[in-house]
Design a protein around this ligand. Structure first.
Ligand SMILES: Cc1cc2nc3c(=O)[nH]c(=O)nc-3n(C[C@H](O)[C@H](O)[C@H](O)COP(=O)(O)O)c2cc1C
Length: 235
């Protein structure tokens, strides 16, 4: 009888363990892993020197980190825009371009090691996954020497009501202590969300100042505000 009980208990234990494991497997299947997507194939762009090496503008956008079909429909793909030459340009990329034109800043496009899916809603799902499993986010670009800069402009989209994960990753590994940081966002309604506070937490020894929040639906209507803000920071 005792032996029967032991066998019964062993079978129950094994069944329980298998069920728990199967549940975990299911969760993993439903979970979009960032590294499931294609690695960047092109060489990362890296730092583009301007004329004023005391000023840096670092930015992150979906464009430059997504393998878009060149004929992608920018109307149905939320907040995708083209520049004056008809090339796809990220909204944060546009902000960075305007700031660099006004200030002569060196420009640093932040790039991730893996690209995002071209479908907007899939990217949203990946973004959620990254928030849960931040450790999976790997960067293609790293800025090793920031000692020459006294002013840094940051431009990046809001993701999930906060600063997007690639910008967060950049700020985790880049020490901007002692510098003045101006924060610009691209968004679809959240404006800055908690980005300024988050950046203050990540860079406690920098002076962090709110810049301009640009709507991704109509970025060009914010151009003069961004340019004027950038000009004023140089006075
Ligand atoms: C993963 C993901 C999450 C997003 N979450 C938000 C959000 O919480 N609030 C918001 O206003 N916009 C959100 N958006 C929209 C982007 O902020 C908006 O499209 C922005 O203009 C994109 O800038 P970019 O072209 O520089 O990538 C999200 C976009 C993505 C891809």
């Amino acid at each position: 009888m005792k032996r029967l009980w032991s066998i019964f208990l062993a079978v129950m234990l094994l069944t329980g363990l298998c069920a728990a494991w199967a549940e975990e497997e299911n969760e993993m299947e439903n979970y979009t892993r960032y590294t499931d997507y294609a690695p960047q194939t092109a060489e990362p762009i890296g730092l583009i020197p301007g004329t004023n090496h005391k000023v840096l503008v670092a930015w992150f956008s979906r464009v430059g980190n997504t393998m878009f079909d060149p004929d992608v429909d920018v109307v149905s793909s939320a907040t995708l825009n083209r520049d004056e030459n008809g090339e796809l340009i990220g909204n944060a990329g546009l902000i960075a371009k305007w700031i660099a034109e006004e200030t002569g800043a060196d420009v640093f496009p932040i790039q991730t090691a893996y690209t995002y899916p071209s479908d907007y809603y899939q990217t949203v799902a990946v973004g959620e996954g990254q928030d849960i499993d931040f450790v999976n986010l790997q960067m293609a670009t790293h800025l090793d020497d920031v000692s020459g800069y006294d002013t840094v402009y940051l431009a990046a989209p809001i993701w999930h009501y906060t600063v997007c994960t690639p910008l967060r990753a950049f700020l985790e590994e880049t020490d901007l202590s002692g510098k003045t940081i101006y924060v610009f966002t691209a968004h679809c309604g959240s404006r800055f969300a908690d980005t300024v506070e988050k950046i203050r937490q990540l860079q406690p020894n920098a002076t962090v100042i709110q810049g301009v929040a640009v709507s991704g639906y109509d970025p060009y209507s914010f151009e003069s505000e961004v340019r004027t803000f950038a000009q004023n920071t140089m006075k």
